[in-house]
Design a protein around this ligand. Structure first.
Ligand code: PLP
Length: 391
């Protein structure tokens, strides 16, 4: 059977490979602890579940979603209220917001709605592995932009050769950043808007960790003057409300891009289940305190991991945001070599930095989305079986 050539470009999905490794080990009776994937283990708040249950009992919601390609107006109005309250950003719910089946889906519809075959598209390296496949699927070419520790894992826009910037039509970025945990600054985002305007580059600012910031300011790209002229921000209910499985998010900003994404969606899916959108409204309107509670949970776990790493010889600047810790690997190891070593010794799974791009080599990522007692056990094993390492 013929399958599309475009699929041959796509490397095996990191988490599928890790899942197979974990399942295989568990099948052998090994007590595996995965600190690899970023998927909150705590439950979605009860009031959100209640809102879903109530909406699911209404037969009106069993039909195709309302305003299918844009999402329910009531959901988009809740997004408007949320952005105004949390980021002081004003959005027109009728023209500047489209509901998404998560921000991952948004990355894809951005490509379908904005990028032409043969285009050059900038992506940060290391970066979220979801971007490149979206770019390949539309016949365009990803161009990696290095993010270096000495530049606080922000791309140096002035180092992008002008012929590359001139050819590029779009740029995918994400801060607070997966995998590095770096956060953007107002200065950087201001430069980014100017860069995008100078070179006519559409920005896809993927911001699903906007609420997970420990040091520094929570920031929306859209709060920067001129941002709406050059791009959209993707956001998601997955991470702040423990709703990764519910599949709901939003793209906001430039009305032409939002409309293009809505057109792409209208011809792909039929929108988000209305009942999930009603639950989303409840989350956006009534769960600000919950975001703070989860931040305290991640903060507590982060402190535990940092204390252990410090005792074991790691000296590094912890990242300011996300529920990941992106750390250098000890001397003599590659990123995947170190993950294999840790796994063999402790049955703890870490994510190898190289899986996020060539500039991810030399790092590993710890995720804090694991129950406290499992994290304690993982750290106990690291202390006991790995011990002090050198750099
Ligand atoms: C940078 C980044 N973008 C998008 C996503 C996907 O989020 P969603 O669940 O909203 O599709 C993730 C998930 O880990 C992510 O890390």
């Amino acid at each position: 059977m013929q399958t599309a050539e475009r699929l041959t470009k796509i490397p095996p999905y990191l988490f599928m490979t890790l899942r197979n490794k974990i399942n295989e080990a568990r099948g052998r009776g090994v007590d595996v602890i995965s600190l690899a994937i970023g998927d909150p283990v705590e439950a979605t708040p009860d009031n959100i579940i209640e809102a879903l249950a109530e909406a699911a009992r209404n037969k009106e919601n069993h039909r195709y979603p309302t305003d299918e390609e844009w999402g329910m107006l009531a959901f988009r109005e809740a997004v408007t209220r949320w952005y105004a309250r949390r980021y002081d950003v004003s959005l027109d719910p009728k023209k500047e917001i489209v509901a998404l089946i998560g921000s991952k889906e948004g990355c894809h519809h951005f490509a379908l709605g904005v990028i032409n075959p043969g285009d050059l598209v900038l992506v940060t390296d290391p970066g979220y592995p979801g971007y490149k496949p979206s770019i390949w699927f539309v016949g365009a070419e990803p161009h990696p932009i290095a993010m270096k520790e000495e530049n606080k894992f922000l791309p140096d826009l002035s180092a992008i050769p002008s012929d590359v910037a001139k050819r590029a039509t779009a740029f995918y970025l994400n801060y607070p950043n997966n995998p590095t945990g770096a956060v953007a600054t107002v200065e950087f985002l201001t430069e980014l808007v100017a860069f995008a305007r100078d070179y006519d580059i559409a920005i896809c600012y993927d911001n699903p960790y906007s609420e997970v910031v420990f040091n520094g300011e929570r920031l929306s790209f859209l709060s920067i003057p001129g941002a709406k002229e050059v791009g959209v921000e993707l956001n998601s209910l997955s991470k702040p409300y423990n709703m990764t499985g519910w599949r709901i998010g939003m793209a906001c900003g430039n009305p032409d891009i939002v409309k293009a994404m809505a057109t792409s969606k209208a011809n792909t899916d039929s929108g988000v289940f209305n009942a999930v959108q009603y639950a989303g409204i409840e989350a956006l309107d009534n769960c600000d305190a919950f975001i703070g509670e989860m931040l305290a949970v991640y903060g507590r776990r982060r402190a535990k991991v940092l204390a252990t790493l410090k005792d074991l010889g790691w000296r590094y600047d912890p990242p300011a945001g996300t529920f990941y810790l992106w750390t250098p690997v000890p001397k003599g190891f590659t990123s995947s070599g170190f993950c294999d070593f840790v796994f063999e010794k402790t049955a703890v799974v870490l994510a190898p930095g190289a899986a996020y791009g060539v500039n991810g080599e030399g790092y590993v990522r710890f995720s804090l989305t694991v129950e406290d007692d499992r994290l304690d056990e993982a750290l106990r094993r690291m202390r006991e079986k790995i011990g002090v390492v050198s750099f």
